[in-house]
Design a protein around this ligand. Sequence first.
Ligand SMILES: [Zn+2]
Ligand SMILES: [Zn+2]
Length: 339
Amino acid sequence: MKVAVVTKAKAAIKIEERETPRPQAGEVLIRVKACGVCHGDLDLQQGAFPYGDIAAYPVIPGHEVAGVVAVVGDGVDWPKTGMRVGMPWLYSSCGHCAACLAGEGAMCAEAQITGVTKDGGFAEYMIAPASHVSVIPDGLDFAEAAPLMCAGLTVFRGLRNAEFQPGEKVAVIGMGGLGHLAIRYAKAMGGRVAVISRSPDKKKLSEELGAELFIDGGKKDVAEKLRAWDGGADIILATAPSVKEMNAAFPGLARHGRLVVIGVADAGVMVKPLDLILGERKVVGSLIGSRKDIQDCLEFSLAHGIRPEIETFALEEAGEAIQRMKNGNLKGRAVIVME
Ligand SMILES: [Zn+2]
Ligand SMILES: [Zn+2]
C-alpha cells in the first residue's frame, strides 16, 4: 500500500510503499477512501506544540479518516466487513478511568492519538481498534464526511460546551477548516453569526455561508465592533491557532458571554479581571468531542444538509495540501482522496 509518512520533526512528507498491515485481535483494517488535513497534521510535521513531544515518528499523519472496513481481526463481531466507518483524533483509551467512564476518552491519560502516536489515514489502508471506529451514515460522501471527524466535531462540541441557545449571536474567529463549518452549525442550530478574520478575501464565503457581519481581525476595534452588534456576542468560538484575536475580541462579549477556546496556541489567553466580572463572562475550553458527539455531529450534518467546503488532493500531494493550509489559501478543508 501507498502511505505518506513524516519520518521526523520538520522532515518533508515522504511517499512510501509498505506492506498492507493485518489486523490483530480486536482490530480492523480500514480501506481509507478520504482523509482530511488538519492543523494538527501541520504541527506534527513541524514537530510543533503539542504534537512534536508525543508523536511516534516515523508516523503516518491523518485523523479525519473515512473509509470502509476491509478486514476484521479475531474476535471482532462489530464493525462488519464492508461497513462505512470513520476514525477521529482519539484512536483508543484505557476504558476504565474516570474520564473513560464519563465517555470522555480524549481526556484519558492513556489516550492514543490517530496519526500522532498511531499511524493515521494518509494511507491506502490503516489499522484501527474495532471499539473506536464511528459509523458514517449513508448519504454522507467519504470526502465530505472526513472533515467532520475533527473540524466539524470540534466546532459542534464547542457550541455544546458553550451551552449555545437558539437565537444567540456567535462570533467565529478564523475562517479555515473549522471556522467555515462553525458558521453552518451555528446557523442550522438557530444562531446568528459574525466572523472575525484577518483575511478580507474570506468575507464573501462567510456571507455565502450565512454570516451577517464580517470583522477584520487585524484592526484594533474588534471588541467595539462586536459590542455594536446588538450588545455583543453571546459566544466567541475561537478556532484560529492564535490568542491575539481571542484577547482582542473578549471585551466584545455580551453579558454572560462565553469565549470558547479551540485553536491551539503556545501563548496565554489574557483577560482583564473586570472584563470577566462585569457581565459575568466565561472562558471555556473545548477538546475535540466524545464518541457520542461524533455520531450526533454526523447525523446533525446529514439532517441539515451541512457539508464542508473541500479541496481534494491525491495522496502524493499530501505535503502540498499541508503547505496550502499553512498559507491559508484553501477554500474550506483540504481532503486527501484515495484512488
Ligand atoms: Zn484535527
Ligand atoms: Zn481512560
